[in-house]
Write a protein that binds this ligand. Structure first.
Ligand code: TYD
Length: 141
């Protein structure tokens, strides 16, 4: 199991934009624009403005997080360092590696958070307790 990833392994990817007078389009191919095969897509919507979500890490899951509409902040923590990414354009995706704690904060009302994920849903892949996460990153569990 990987637990060595840091926030410096997580980066904002600029996605291709097909720009037209009648609207824009962004397409994401698994293994091409996003560096993993896409096994699951989910989205958060109707999040009340100012609400907080996330507050967990994953053992193995990789994700690309996109503000399909509106804006929110993703606060990443690797047990040592923390970094905040503001997502507010649908042609940027934040690649979150496994073993990184994330808090999703400051949702604008009407925002849509789109996630492309490398695995299907499994509750066993979650670390939902921050002190357990710190133990995991420090090799204590
Ligand atoms: P969770 O991942 O904790 O949401 P967030 O990080 O956005 O706050 O998931 C919330 C609930 O939805 C939880 O009970 C698990 C369930 N869920 C699924 O059933 N399938 C999924 O693909 C996801 C992401 C969550």
């Amino acid at each position: 199991m990987e637990n060595k990833n840091t926030i410096f392994d997580c980066e904002l990817l600029e996605l291709p934009k097909q720009q037209n007078r009648d609207g824009n389009l962004t397409a994401i191919n698994g293994g091409v624009e996003v560096p993993f095969e896409i096994k699951r897509v989910y989205y958060l919507y109707d999040v009340p403005g100012g609400e907080t979500r996330g507050a967990h890490a994953h053992y193995e899951l990789e994700q690309l997080v996109i503000a399909a509409s509106g804006s929110f902040d993703v606060v990443l923590n690797d047990g040592k360092y923390t970094k905040t990414f503001t997502l507010n354009r649908p042609y940027y995706g934040l690649h979150i590696k496994p073993g990184i704690w994330r808090d999703l904060v400051n949702f604008s009302s009407g925002s849509v958070l789109l996630v492309l994920a490398s695995k299907i849903y499994s509750e066993k892949d979650y670390i939902r307790d921050f002190s357990s996460f710190l133990n995991y990153k420090n090799g204590n569990s």
